[in-house]
Design a protein around this ligand. Sequence first.
Ligand code: ADP
Ligand code: ASP
Ligand code: MG
Length: 406
Amino acid sequence: MIVQKFGGTSVKSVARIRNVAGLVKRAAEQAPVVVVVSAMGDTTDYLVKLAGQAAVAPHGRELDALLATGEQISTALLAMTLTDLGARAVSLTGSQLGITTESIHTAARIVDIRTERINRYLEEGFIVVAAGFQGMNEKGDITTLGRGGSDTTAVALAAALGASVCDIYTDVSGVYTADPNLVPTAKLLKEISYEEMLEMARVGAQVLHPRAVELARKHHLRVRVRNTFDPEHGGTTLTGADEMELSRTVSGVTVDRDQATLTILKVPDTPGVAGEVFGSLASRRVGVDMIIQAFHRDRSVNDISFTIRRSDLPSAREVLEEAACRLGAEGVLADEDAAKVSIIGAALMDQPETAARMFAVLGQAGINIKMISTSEIRISCIVSERDSNRAVRIIHDLFHLDDEQA
Ligand code: ADP
Ligand code: ASP
Ligand code: MG
């Protein structure tokens, strides 16, 4: 059996849903199909906006109840269209699919999928049209998996059902060396390792949801990224790391604009301070990425700076200000003008010249680097948001990503 997933742009209108139905029906003539769909076009953004108009801080439970309706519209419409085309199809919501998640709202992880109902429909010859991005917690309440989470639904269903392949259909032909809408000369990668893809997804390549890649890696699942509007194109296949490792140094450049930096100023340099600061952030589930601690000349106090998601800024700032007060720090500085530009590649640590060239080329272009972090397979710089697109293009050029890859 196979799992297919169609994103928001692919099901933006009834006409596009009909186009998708044609593709699904054709696939279903070869093998049993579960098809996962996202909400139509920008529906989820619209629902988030409505919630913001209704309440200053909408309750997670109600927000999830609202957001999950987007996918219910598109699944019902796709199932109707498939039936109209003469196929047998049934739409199922997250709870009807048997998807249980953690209890936490708006970013729940899938904990279990009870596949009996899906299997029964497949055995009866139905195409199962599954609502992406949603599940049900142990209380029986609707949860959602975080923005972009329909990819994760698709991969999780493919793993639970033992599918031979999970095809993620979107509005570009696969995974490129950079966002093709930002860098028109970006090259399509026919293959990418789970590791590289995971890192790219984590630092802004929105084409796949990071948790979808994690699950695919865990289950060694064959995942392909393909174009709804050019379905014959082979797209990109995720593969095991071994065969990729030596083939290229830098495989892609990404930008993540949902970033902000926070600094706690002149905090006493004593054991336990970092534990206290980051413990209080963790208690609000604020994820922290780059961390820099810089000491002052007399060495009795430090400044600690770090990056967070911009959307986490209000709650992070509040807990950090409380911590600053408790610890006797001078204060807290927030900077919303931040974008994270990253390169991803194999064994970057072994090649110090790669980082040096990246920093040099940004400097020559007059782009100031506010923060840096490196790992074995990634180098990230925080730059001003207005410089970020230019930074991506310059770095893409520097590593000749448009003419070295196939
Ligand atoms: P969907 O609605 O189908 O889930 P998304 O908008 O979530 O689609 O993801 C597809 C988009 O990801 C593309 O339109 C592209 O602009 C963006 N993108 C960012 N980085 C990359 C990349 N490296 N390769 C391909 N697409 C990328
Ligand atoms: N509709 C949800 C979103 O826009 C989930 C998804 O599209 O993957 O984030
Ligand atoms: Mg998406």
